[in-house]
Design a protein around this ligand. Structure first.
Ligand SMILES: NC(=O)c1ccc[n+]([C@@H]2O[C@H](COP(=O)([O-])OP(=O)(O)OC[C@H]3O[C@@H](n4cnc5c(N)ncnc54)[C@H](OP(=O)(O)O)[C@@H]3O)[C@@H](O)[C@H]2O)c1
Ligand SMILES: *[C@@H]1O[C@H](CO)[C@@H](O)[C@H](O)[C@H]1NC(C)=O
Length: 343
């Protein structure tokens, strides 16, 4: 026995010694770096939705689901057996994503419906078709978004962040909410961003006509998402429809594609790429909190909350301002020409 241990010890120490020889030092440090990278990547990958719930017989809509976080959210719902409606603005990109999702999940009940959230007319047309064709709607994920685009305006002349991220989804959700009530219990998820904390709703200049700054416009629209989600949650209390908002994390995506105007130097871009690769979530990881809010059994009666990494988080004071939330609701109704029955 002792001999066996001794012999093994000998061979192990021999292996270590030969591994530490010059050539292998290089290999070893490579492996070390790899493991280090891996551990860091793992550390920043965020929480995973562990709920196994199936969605057979349920219908779900995800806006902006031809790529990024939206596509991975839709893919997960397809895996769970739902009828998945990809709400996208481009038919070719939409069909490509639908085919990809069908292939990877084996669920053929994945369809594309066209909606351009920067056109209220397009939103109304989309909703008319949904109400005409669908018998139920169990989950709606308001995920589409633009970030840091130039000072562009929507079809109706509204600043694009505010139009796409907020107004389009505001109208879309309100037009579909009766169908969701009929399908209750049902859930609405609004994808916002932690940066809402920096935002404020500038009622005097909602369209940024006096001055335009992409960061200000983006954070205003993301604050609008969270205020809308809470206000809607209050209005839907007792209806069996819950509304929650989500910060997906910092996720690799094409959201930043408008920032390419003044490109930094090559070494800086490379550094950003490497650091980004380490600390940013993949779209699949970024989708986890949206998925969690949509399927978790524990959240059956949870509404009006804000989540990140599959946990309820406290919101900063800007998001708790009920006066602003109601004012935003009223202004939004006017902007999208929506006449709701008095509550
Ligand atoms: N990535 C992040 O780090 C991060 C962080 C916090 C919050 N978020 C939020 O997460 C959500 C998804 O972002 P992502 O990272 O997945 O971005 P993404 O890859 O840029 O995807 C955005 C999606 O929105 C769609 N979209 C844009 N404008 C539209 C319009 N007018 N009508 C219909 N669809 C439109 C895009 O469609 P096209 O392909 O046709 O352009 C695309 O499918 C956004 O709400 C974003 O604010 C992201
Ligand atoms: C949600 O509320 C219903 C009705 O009050 C109750 O039966 C159910 O157990 C609740 N679910 C959870 C997860 O708390």
């Amino acid at each position: 026995m002792a001999l066996l241990i001794k012999e093994n010890f000998h061979s192990v120490s021999h292996t270590i010694r030969s591994l530490l020889s010059k050539n292998n030092a290089i290999i070893l440090s490579c492996i070390g770096t790899g493991v280090g990278f891996g551990l860091l990547r793992w550390y920043f990958s965020g929480a995973k939705c562990r709920c196994k719930r199936q969605l057979t017989g349920k219908t779900v809509i995800v806006t902006g689901s031809n790529r990024g976080i939206g596509r991975e959210t839709a893919r997960d719902f397809a895996k769970r057996g739902a009828r998945v409606i990809l709400a996208v603005r481009d038919i070719t990109k939409g069909e490509r994503a639908a085919e990809d999702i069908r292939q990877s999940t084996g669920n053929n009940n994945v369809i594309v419906r066209i909606v351009d959230l920067s056109s209220l007319e397009s939103v109304r047309k989309f909703c008319r078709l949904i109400l005409e064709k669908e018998e139920r709607l169990d989950i709606l994920v308001n995920n589409a978004g633009v970030r840091f685009c130039p000072h562009w305006t929507s079809q109706e002349g509204y600043e694009l962040h505010f139009a796409v991220n907020h107004l389009g989804h505001f109208l879309l959700t309100n037009l579909l909410v009766n169908l969701m009530k009929k399908s209750a219990p049902s859930r609405i998820i609004c994808v916002t961003c932690m940066a809402y904390e920096e935002g404020s709703i500038n009622f005097d200049d909602l369209n940024s006509q006096r001055s335009y700054d992409p960061w200000t416009a983006y954070t205003q629209s993301k604050l609008a998402n969270i205020l809308f989600s809470q206000e809607l949650s209050n209005r839907l209390a007792g209806s069996g429809v819950t509304v929650n908002s989500v910060h997906p994390g910092i996720v690799q995506s094409e959201l930043g594609r408008y920032t390419g105007d003044n490109k930094p130097a090559l070494w800086r871009r490379l550094l950003i790429k490497i650091v980004g690769f380490i600390i940013m979530k993949t779209p699949q990881q970024g989708a986890q909190t949206s998925i969690y809010c949509a399927v978790s059994d524990q959240l059956e009666n949870v509404s009006g909350k804000y989540f990140s990494d599959c946990c309820i988080r406290d919101t900063s004071s800007v998001a708790k301002d009920k006066v602003t939330a109601t004012q935003l609701w009223d202004v939004s109704c006017k902007r999208v020409n929506l006449h709701l029955p008095p509550t």
